[in-house]
Design a protein around this ligand. Structure first.
Ligand SMILES: NC(=O)c1ccc[n+]([C@@H]2O[C@H](COP(=O)([O-])OP(=O)(O)OC[C@H]3O[C@@H](n4cnc5c(N)ncnc54)[C@H](O)[C@@H]3O)[C@@H](O)[C@H]2O)c1
Length: 360
């Protein structure tokens, strides 16, 4: 292992340019790592990233990184289909891995990743970046301290008015992404819930997933689109754009509704509500949160103070650090596997129109 960690970033699209490359660059400036390779199967994307960030060498085949014995770690920022393939190849080649969320398209692939992590002992963290968000960590702390009393129900909403990403491209193709709004957005929200409540065991899940508003691609009306450059009206749309369900855990129960698009007006539909006997919390996703309760016969509410730092920097810096120290982070595959199983259960429940009971 190098003192200054040598890293490669695989996939130079949106998230690589928004989070991984700039934060590794920052850590390089802090003397903690060196960005050696930026890789994309579309060579111009890797070249553009090298040009833009002034770090690394552009390559197009990720095996070149894995075959370089001087490399310690990689970030995987490709579409979901490649997550398990590259992560497994990388761990078998002796590289530590930070893989973007979701871990994989389906639970069986995520389990295979976990198995190889156990066999090789290499680090495998998943990009559940909210575990490095200071608001989320403050909620985690308040719940652990018993501030909410008995936490009995959590209500999750990850709904947008019109926000289907890259219509017809990788995001809306089940064979590439594994699913739609649940696997793309729900993964973050369910992960926050599990983290804040101490990762309680799942008992049952029931869900229904719908593919309604994007499926008629030429007639999908929208105002803005994430990854519009990857839109392909001749492509595929076979994933969920609405999902609803109910989860029983050994702790609180969870209700959720998610929409990439819905025929309801524009509004604030991205939040998590934690309901306890002493107090409740309303978290605006990616933003602040408020605490509501009663004390001495009076109602109260307040907005806690915490540092507003960059969760992606925290995540990537913690990864670089844990590779050196061997510390197990809360984003380890052993933790994230639980939401992978939960999401699989929700999709299975929807297909079979029945509740799925988790035996173990
Ligand atoms: N943590 C977050 O909040 C967050 C946000 C956005 C995306 N993501 C995740 O990041 C991943 C990428 O999303 P994106 O929006 O950046 O997608 P993107 O399409 O913008 O970028 C993916 C890149 O990977 C490249 N690629 C595909 N196969 C490759 C291979 N075999 N070798 C090298 N490069 C390859 C593509 O050419 C493309 O440039 C997805 O899994 C997504 O779920 C996470």
């Amino acid at each position: 292992m190098n003192d200054i960690l040598k890293v490669g970033v695989i996939g130079c699209g949106t998230i690589a340019n928004a989070a991984h490359i700039p934060n590794y660059k920052k850590l390089q400036e802090e003397g903690k790592c060196e960005v050696v390779y930026l890789c994309d199967i579309i060579p111009e994307r890797a070249e553009a990233a090298v040009e833009r960030w002034g770090v690394g060498k552009a390559i197009k085949d990720y095996h070149d990184i894995l075959n370089d014995p001087s490399i310690d770690a990689v970030s995987i920022c490709t579409p979901n289909k490649m997550h398990s393939i590259i992560a497994i190849d990388a761990m078998r080649a002796g590289k530590h891995v930070l893989c973007e969320k979701p871990p994989a398209r389906v639970y069986s692939e995520a389990l295979e990743m976990q198995k190889v992590q156990h066999e090789t002992g290499m680090t495998l963290n998943i990009g559940v970046v909210n575990r490095f968000n200071s608001a989320v960590n403050k909620i985690h702390e308040l719940i652990a301290a018993g501030e909410l009393g008995e936490l009995y129900q959590i209500n999750v909403s990850f709904r947008a008015h019109r926000s289907i990403p890259g219509l017809g491209g990788d995001f809306t193709t089940k064979a590439v992404a594994g699913g739609g709004v649940l696997i793309d957005w729900g993964v973050h929200y369910l992960d926050i819930v599990m983290y804040c409540t101490g990762d309680p065991k799942t008992k049952t899940v029931t869900g229904e997933a719908y593919s309604k508003l994007g499926v008629d691609m030429p007639n999908y009306v929208y105002e803005g689109m994430w990854a519009e450059d990857k839109k392909d009206l001749n492509g595929t749309y076979d994933v969920d754009d609405y999902v609803t369900g109910f989860i029983r855990t050994e702790g609180p129960s969870i209700t959720f509704n998610g929409a990439w698009a819905q025929n309801i007006g524009k509004g604030e539909y991205t939040y998590i509500e934690f309901l306890g006997t002493k107090a409740g919390i309303h978290l605006k996703y990616g933003g602040d949160f408020d605490v509501y309760g009663t004390k001495d016969g009076k109602l109260y509410s307040y907005r806690p103070e915490y540092a507003h730092d960059d969760m992606f920097y925290n995540e990537i810096s913690a990864f670089v650090d844990c590779v050196k120290t061997g510390k197990k982070l809360p984003s380890h595959i052993d933790t994230v596997i639980v939401t992978a199983k939960m999401m699989q259960g929700i999709y299975d429940s929807s297909e079979q129109h029945r509740e799925i009971v988790f035996e173990d």
